[in-house]
Design a protein around this ligand. Structure first.
Ligand code: CA2
Length: 144
C-alpha cells in the first residue's frame, strides 16, 4: 500500500516560529515519526510539502494510479482553494484531511474547509499525532 502525505504552505516553518500555536516539532521530525510508524505497519509513504497551490494541484492529479490514499494537510489553502478541492474530486484517490490544530476552535475563517466535503474524513487538533492518526486511517481504507 502506498500513501502520499501532502503538506501545504508554511508547514515547512513548523517548529521554527509560533511554537505556541503549532508546537516545537519540525516537519522533518513529523516525517520521521510517520516513516517509523509506516514501517511498522508495512506500508510505503511519500512525504512532501509545497508552498504553491498549482504544485499541490499537480501532485494530487499525479497521485492517480500511483498512490492508494492521500493524507492532506493543505494548510491555509484549506480555507481558500477551490482548485485543490476540484483536484481531489477529479483524481478520485481517497483523501484524508488532517490538521495539527483544531480548526473548528479557531478563527471563523479557519472553521470552513473547502476540502472536507470531498475527503473521506477529517482529523484535526492532535498536533503531530494528527499525522499518525491520518496514517492509521489511510491504512484502514486499504482495499475499500
Ligand atoms: O492546523 C493546521 O494543521 C493548519 O493546516 C496549519 C496552517 C493553518 O493555516 C490552517 O488554518 C491550519 C498553518 C501552517 C503552518 O504555519 C506556520 C506559520 C508560522 C510558523 C509555523 C507554522
Amino acid at each position: 500500500m502506498k500513501i502520499l502525505f501532502l503538506n501545504g504552505p508554511n508547514l515547512n516553518l513548523l517548529g521554527t516560529r509560533e511554537p505556541g500555536v503549532y508546537g516545537q516539532t519540525t516537519l522533518a521530525q513529523i516525517e520521521a515519526l510517520v516513516r517509523d510508524r509506516a514501517a511498522k505497519l508495512g506500508v510505503t509513504v511519500e512525504f512532501t510539502q509545497s508552498n504553491h497551490e498549482g504544485e499541490l494541484v499537480t501532485l494530487i492529479q499525479q497521485a492517480r494510479g500511483k498512490y492508494d490514499v492521500i493524507v492532506l494537510n493543505s494548510g491555509a489553502y484549506t480555507h481558500t482553494s477551490v482548485a485543490i478541492r476540484d483536484a481531489i474530486a477529479a483524481t478520485g484517490v481517497p483523501t484524508i484531511e488532517i490538521h495539527l490544530s483544531n480548526i473548528h476552535a479557531r478563527e471563523e475563517f479557519r472553521q470552513h474547509s473547502f476540502m472536507a466535503a470531498v475527503c473521506v474524513g477529517q482529523i484535526c487538533g492532535f498536533g503531530p499525532n494528527s499525522y499518525l492518526l491520518g496514517l492509521e486511517a489511510a491504512v484502514s481504507l486499504n482495499g475499500k
